[in-house]
Design a protein. Structure first.
Length: 221
C-alpha cells in the first residue's frame, strides 16, 4: 500500500512525540525501584542478641583440698571403753594450708557416762589432717590434734575438771551430690585420750583411753 506524503507526516510526528514519553516512564520506574530496595536493605531487622548463659559467668568451683579453701562441718561421735561411754557433738572450721593439708578448729560438747558422777563438758581443740589420697568424689586422711576439756565434774572419776584431749586417727570424706566443691560426708575412727598431764600430781591423773567413732557433714564456704 502506498502512503501519501501528506498522510505520513502526522504518523511521524506521533512517533517522535511518543518516544520521549516512554523513555521518561522507564526512568521513573527505575528511579522508584532503586531507592525502595535501598530502603528495605537499610530497614532490615537485626538479629536479637542471644541471652548469655548465667553459668558461664560464674567462677569455677574449686576442687576439694585446694589451697585456701574453707569448709565447716557439724557431726557427732561416741567413744567407749570398759569404764565409760563418752558422747560428743561438734562444730569444726576447716581450711587447707596447702594442697590436701588441712588445719581445723573444733568446738565440742561432751556427756560422760562413767563410774562415779556423770559429767558434761566443753572441748575447744585444734587439729591437722593430711588427705593422702584425694580423688574427685572421696579422700582418705590421717589426723592428729589436741584440745582442752572443761567439765562439770571430775573426768575420769577421781581426776580433775580440766584435762587435755590429744587424739590421732584415720578417716574418709565422701562427696554427697556429685558437684565439685559440694557437701561431703566425713567419717573416721580415732584414739581418744583424756588426761590432766599430772598437773595435780601423778596420783591425781586417772587418764582414760577410748576408741572413738564419729561422723559429720562438711560444707564449703
Amino acid at each position: 500500500m502506498t502512503i501519501h506524503p501528506r498522510a505520513a507526516a502526522p504518523i511521524l510526528w506521533c512517533t517522535l512525540l511518543a518516544a520521549p514519553a516512554a523513555h521518561a516512564r522507564s526512568a521513573s520506574v527505575e528511579a522508584f525501584t532503586l531507592p525502595l530496595s535501598a530502603t528495605l536493605a537499610i530497614q532490615a531487622p537485626e538479629e536479637a542478641p542471644q541471652p548469655s548463659d548465667p553459668a558461664a559467668t560464674l567462677p569455677p568451683l574449686q576442687s576439694f583440698g585446694a589451697k585456701g579453701t574453707w569448709h565447716w562441718s557439724v557431726g557427732a561421735g561416741v567413744a567407749w571403753n570398759s569404764e565409760a561411754t563418752d558422747s560428743n557433738l561438734y562444730f569444726t572450721a576447716h581450711t587447707f594450708l596447702t594442697q590436701d593439708f588441712e588445719f581445723n578448729l573444733t568446738l565440742g560438747g561432751w556427756f560422760f557416762s562413767q563410774d562415779g558422777p556423770d559429767a558434761g563438758g566443753v572441748n575447744p581443740a585444734l587439729g591437722f589432717r593430711w588427705h593422702f589420697l584425694n580423688h574427685d568424689t572421696w579422700s582418705l586422711y590421717g589426723e592428729v590434734g589436741i584440745g582442752l576439756l572443761f567439765t562439770s565434774d571430775d573426768v575420769p572419776d577421781g581426776g580433775s575438771t580440766t584435762n587435755f584431749t590429744p587424739r590421732a586417727g584415720v578417716g574418709a570424706t565422701i562427696d554427697l551430690d556429685g558437684a565439685a566443691g559440694g557437701p561431703r560426708l566425713d567419717v573416721g575412727l580415732r584414739w581418744h585420750h583424756i588426761s590432766n598431764a599430772s598437773s595435780g600430781g601423778a596420783s591425781n591423773n586417772p587418764s582414760r583411753d577410748s576408741i572413738m567413732l564419729y561422723a559429720g557433714v562438711m560444707f564449703p564456704f
